[in-house]
Design a protein. Structure first.
Lengths: 311, 503, 363
């Protein structure tokens, strides 16, 4: 038990670190699903964000340029999804799956070119942590909450912003209506197609930012499969968080906690078969869904294609 | 009165099919102008063109004598046109207020100003006598209030021309009176209304002029003062129309199916059953009348085995109490089912017509070898062609997908399949919804023929005229309860419509 | 089967649906060529190398077939599940668990020879089926989205395999298992193991099962419209559960065959890696037709084995073939959706009608 308490700061630190990429991607997915688009391509978009962020930061030496270009790349990839699902009315799940095949391939191809040409490129830039004086000294939680990278702070600040957007902005209300009943929205002069495209832009940018966090704040390298299912965990987070920003925050912290537990246990019991610890976040995701995931339905028109002149 | 709207030579094609062809009509200020036509006559399409949801293939639209291009619903709103759709365009998860202000652009700020808007709306509520609970979620509102929210949405946007698409279809008689009062107060304030309906009585009462549409074309515009109900009906159908009548059965056979004190989710106002008892006899049609959403769906689900009632007893054709509620066992016991939603519940749209016709018999020895293992493709094809001939199912081939058929032909596929098993109990839920007169006649004839062959028929319909026409006995459902049982021959219509309103 | 008389519109749509994947492959190859050209390499030389590297001689063909073999299994796994409306993304996990189970039969029970082989295959299939059953139970009892649960179970399986090859049956402490004993390996026909033949036969069998049996009829009906299936008396839940199990068992058998048939005959890092998603891609490109899935899997095999040769000849990363694969599926998905769009349908139907009329005039 003493071991557990001494390990708490490590767990909390790993919790916030683990929560951020999931939080960013899940917030993106909230926008997408509020506009009626289930995007299971998060995983792929995160991979692209992770690689482009990594490569651009390394090349330019400017980490924020890396984040920005990574987000842009995420948007571009998600525009493929948007075109297929919104304009062509393709099946959303199928298209998302196609993105999950294509996007990591693009990232891997880029990586092979980038690092293959110069092995010194294998290790990238890392974003420095900003300790907030005073607050970061709080026992147990201080280091976890107030000694983070700027990108992580931004992710957490985004939560109230998103909440405010959906509840107090005219566009926020329109956004929700598109996911609930696009035909009704259309009759009120809301441009459904444009709203869905905007949702895809936001979703692509945020998911890619989550990916970039992995290579710019978590670990300074890119490897194929670095996202490790976080895109899908983010999908579960959205269900778990009831399609709200605050809910998503709580859920991703919870997922982050179990990720942190895994890290702490690995450090604590080095002799044990660590792979069983590594399973924890994935098993927890399933368990969480079993207990809390099923009954609540999301936006009503979620996942359905929207044909304007349907007959 | 000055002219407000003129639509000139409007045509609208879907593929090679003309939903509207060369339609012309106009609306004056302060009048109620009715569009009259059968299902599929092109009324809704025409209105969707007017509100910018569809783009016309040809034709021009004028407001106040000026030509306008209505390229999107937003443009229609700017031109003072607003529509209350037959299927309400509301967001269930939002409040009345949110639904009304949604998408409105009167304020320059990107932020919502609910306080200001609330005042404006309350002013309009007083002026036109519209009672709305602005803070209630739409999902929890009565149908009547949902409709008032729809009307308020249109008024809030400053509409001069309101389109009401079959607004009375979902209302009780009392609510219809309320609606008509609102319509009067609107026209007395100079607003114009396009009223869409096929209920002659209402049309005669509320409208100033009527334009009749038939097969997508505008046939004639008449002053209501100068025509009779019969003349309008003939115009609408295009020939002297004599509706067929069926002899009623008064002494039916023994009980084939019975519910005793059945309850299912009684706490749900619009989706439960409360202590329902009814018996369906062999060789009779028991009609269930009632406004949509008063327990019809759960009743249909109980008698087809889809759900198990929470309390009460159900007795099957053999007179024994039913313990196992599954569609499978009900079908085995002799159930034929024409479900509520043919595309969702009756057909597998992406399968072929032939496959849909044998849907229930895939493991029978007739269509499979090795006791239900391998399909006999040839047999299935021939059988499908036989049923296609017998039931006049119009399709280019039985290998075509069921989805591509018209509504009437889809219903014929279901009917052919369900009646082939010679059911002991036939449950028909909204069997003719959305069908034209020809298909409706065919289906009515088939249902009555089943009755005459000794089958017990339960007919559930929100179309009161259909219930009156076919039923040998009538029960009325209101909020999940049986309000009373009435004879089908010389039914007390007044009493029944009061019962439908819960009186 | 009796002859089909379809309307012009349906015929033109059917033709377009068949054409779409073929055009997608060509388009993807063209985009791939453009990328190669942009890198300053010769795309024709590259594609020639790819063909030589994958189909150049019997040994290479055999290698390509063996590479395609597991993809046929994961592809069929996806096809079968989707036919019943189940979006199983867990092919990889089921494949891996099949492999782990087989390894346990070999090393845990110490079986060898034909008995070990037979038991290995059976146990692999059973365990794959069980791994597929888990998300099925969660879907049916708790309504959980199988996409998320199957992906999560993939990672659980992945780490379990790590445990198997690092801790349980490690080859003298190295991160790989011992090799399957010679006597229990799959026999070879013309340089390729017989698993390839099993895969092809299985594809044909699945086609027959889906399209020619009452069971398949029900599976398809449930996949297309579960509500109508329930109303018409099909045991929907049982069928969905069976779809999960069968689809998992197909992948599990694939894992067993991969371990017993293909060099290096061991479990190690990378075993089955990416096969699940590839299987999904194959199923979608094949439009859920099991026989078409075999051919698409072969194409994927050619791309994979040929990609290595292309890399060594013209020096572009092998990842280019993954991009080509990704593009094929994007183009196929977009193309199939486009064909179904009302506007595009009307356009082709009008053209078809014009043709018919022209023919009438000429006659």
């Amino acid at each position: 038990m003493d071991g557990f308490i001494t390990a708490l700061p490590t767990i909390f630190k790993a919790m916030t670190m683990g929560a951020v990429p999931i939080l960013l991607a899940a917030l993106g997915e909230v926008f997408s699903e509020r506009a009626g688009l289930v995007n299971i391509g998060l995983e792929g978009i995160m991979a692209v964000g992770a690689f482009v962020g990594f490569a651009v930061a390394k090349m330019s030496g400017n980490i924020w340029l890396g984040v920005l270009v990574g987000m842009l790349a995420g948007v571009l990839v998600n525009m493929i999804y948007a075109f297929c699902t919104v304009t062509l009315c393709a099946d959303q799940v199928v298209t998302g799956m196609a993105i999950n095949v294509l996007a990591p391939a693009i990232a891997l191809f880029g990586y092979n070119l980038f690092v293959g040409s110069n092995p010194a490129n294998a290790t990238g830039e890392q974003m420095a942590s900003l300790a907030i004086p005073g607050l970061s000294q709080i026992p147990f939680l201080g280091d976890a909450l107030f000694n983070q990278t700027l990108l992580a702070y931004l992710a957490f600040i985004l939560v109230p912003v998103v909440r405010y957007f959906f509840h107090h902005f005219r566009v926020g209300l329109s956004f929700r209506s598109v996911g609930e009943n696009p035909h009704a929205a259309e009759t009120l002069g809301i441009n459904v197609v444009r709203t869905k495209y905007v949702a895809c832009i936001v979703c692509g940018a945020l998911a890619a930012a989550g990916g970039a966090f992995l290579t710019l704040c978590y670990t300074p390298i890119y490897t194929d499969g670095i996202v490790m299912g976080r895109g899908f965990i983010a999908l579960a987070t959205v269900i778990f968080g009831r399609w709200t920003a605050v809910g998503v925050l709580a859920a991703s912290l919870l997922f982050g906690f179990f990720d942190g537990l895994n890290v702490a246990l690995q450090a604590q019991f080095q002799a044990a078969p660590v792979m069983f610890f590594k399973m924890i976040p994935y098993i927890f995701t399933i368990v969480a869904l079993i207990f809390f995931g099923s009954k609540h339905a999301g936006p009503k028109a979620n996942g359905q294609p929207y044909f304007r002149e349907q007959r | 009165m000055a002219e407000l709207l003129r639509m000139e030579n409007i045509s609208k094609c879907f593929g090679s099919f003309y939903a509207n062809k060369d339609v012309t009509f106009d609306v004056r200020e302060g009048e109620v102008h009715t569009l009259l036509g059968e299902n599929g006559a092109g009324k809704s399409t025409l209105m969707n063109v007017l509100v910018g949801l569809y783009q016309p293939t040809e034709g021009k639209i004028f407001m106040h004598g000026r030509e306008v291009q209505i390229t999107s619903p937003g443009v229609a709103v700017e031109n003072g046109i607003g529509m209350v759709h037959q299927h309400f365009m509301l967001i269930d998860a939002m409040t009345g207020l949110e639904n009304i202000i949604l998408g409105d652009k009167r304020h320059d700020t990107p932020l919502l100003r609910e306080g200001d808007d609330r005042k404006t709306i309350e002013g309009l509520m007083d002026r036109y006598g519209l009672e709305i609970d602005l803070d209630e979620k739409v999902a929890n509102m009565s149908i009547g209030m949902q409709q008032r929210v729809e009307i308020m949405k249109v008024l809030f946007r400053g509409a001069e021309l309101l389109i009401l698409d079959e607004p009375t279809a979902v209302l009780t008689d009392l609510e219809v009176e309320g609606l008509f009062e609102i319509m009067h107060s609107l026209t007395s304030e100079g607003k114009s209304i396009i009223f869409i309906s096929h209920k002659m009585r209402e049309v005669m009462r509320i409208s100033d002029r009527v334009t009749v549409l038939r097969r997508g074309e505008s046939i004639e515009t008449v002053d209501v003062a100068n025509v009779t109900e019969q003349e309008l009906a003939d115009l609408m159908i295009g020939q002297k129309f004599q509706e067929s009548t069926y002899p009623k059965v008064e002494d039916a056979g023994e009980v084939a199916f019975e519910l005793k004190g059945v309850s299912y989710r009684p706490e749900v106002k619009h989706g439960g059953l409360k202590d329902v008892s009814l018996a369906i006899h062999k060789g009779e049609i028991l009609g269930v009348a009632g406004i949509d959403g008063n327990g019809q769906t759960p009743l249909a689900e109980v008698v087809t085995g889809l759900v198990k009632p929470e309390s009460g007893e159900v007795y099957g054709p053999d007179g024994k109490e039913i313990a196992l509620f599954s569609p499978r066992s009900f079908i085995k016991a002799g159930l034929g089912n024409i479900p509520e939603d043919r595309n969702k519940m009756g057909l597998v749209g992406d399968m072929t017509v032939a496959e849909n016709l044998v849907l229930k018999q895939t493991t029978s020895d007739k269509f499979s070898a090795g006791h239900g293992k391998w399909l006999k493709m040839g047999e299935i094809h021939d059988y499908a062609n036989k049923l296609r001939e017998e039931n006049d199912i119009r399709c280019t081939s039985v290998e075509q997908t069921a989805r591509s058929l018209s509504g009437g032909n889809q219903q014929k596929v279901i009917l052919a399949r369900e009646l082939e098993g010679e059911p002991k109990l036939l449950v028909a839920v909204y069997p003719t919804r959305g069908l034209d007169i020809g298909a409706t006649e065919f289906i009515h004839n088939q249902i009555v023929a089943q009755r005459d062959a000794g089958c017990a028929v339960l007919l559930i319909s929100a179309d009161f005229d259909e219930v009156l026409k076919l039923s040998d006995r009538i029960v009325v459902l209101f909020e999940g309860q049986v309000m009373g049982t009435y004879p089908g021959a010389n039914p007390p219509i007044k009493e029944i419509s009061l019962a439908m309103a819960g009186k | 089967m009796a002859k089909k008389e379809l309307s012009a519109e349906e015929r033109s749509e059917k033709r377009l649906m068949i054409l779409t994947p073929i055009v997608s492959v060509l388009l993807a190859l063209i985009v791939g060529a453009i990328i190669i050209a942009v890198l300053g390499k010769d795309p024709i030389q590259g594609y020639a190398a790819m063909l030589r590297g994958s189909l150049g001689d019997p040994a290479k063909i055999a290698k390509t077939l063996e590479r395609a073999c597991p993809l046929v299994f994961t592809g069929l796994c996806a096809v079968f599940a989707y036919k019943c409306g189940v979006f199983n993304l867990g092919g990889e996990g089921q494949f891996i668990m099949g492999g782990c189970a087989t390894a346990t039969v070999m090393f845990g029970l110490g079986l060898q020879g034909p008995v070990g082989l037979a038991l290995g295959l059976i146990v692999g299939m059973v365990v794959g089926g069980i791994w597929g059953l888990l998300p099925g139970i969660m879907k049916i009892t708790r309504g959980l989205n199988e996409m998320i649960t199957t992906i999560m179970l993939n990672y659980v399986a992945l780490y379990f395999m790590e445990y198997v090859f690092k801790n349980l049956y490690s080859d003298s402490g190295l991160p790989k298992t011992l090799a399957i004993p010679q006597s229990a390996r799959l026999p070879q026909i013309a340089n390729a193991h017989v698993g390839v033949l099993v895969a092809i036969l299985l594809g044909v069998f699945i086609w027959y099962l889906i399209f020619r049996t009452s069971f398949g009829f029900k599976i398809r009906a449930v996949g297309m419209n579960p509500v109508a299936s329930k109303v018409n008396g099909f045991p929907v839940k049982r069928l969905v559960l069976l779809a999960f199990i069968i689809s998992g068992a197909i992948a599990g058998l694939g894992g067993a065959i991969e371990l017993l048939g293909r060099t290096p005959f061991r479990l190690a890092d990378g075993f089955g890696s990416g096969f699940g998603f590839d299987g999904v891609a194959i199923a979608l490109i094949a439009q859920l037709n099991p026989i078409a899935a075999i051919f698409v899997a072969l194409l994927f095999g050619v791309l994979s084995t040929g990609g290595t040769m292309m890399q060594s000849v013209i020096g572009v990363p092998t990842a280019i073939v993954e991009i080509v694969r990704g593009l094929i599926i994007i183009f196929a998905v977009a193309g199939m959706a486009a064909v179904k769009l009302p506007k595009i349908r009307a356009f082709f139907a009008a053209r078809q009608n014009a043709k018919v009329k022209k023919a009438e005039v000429n006659a």
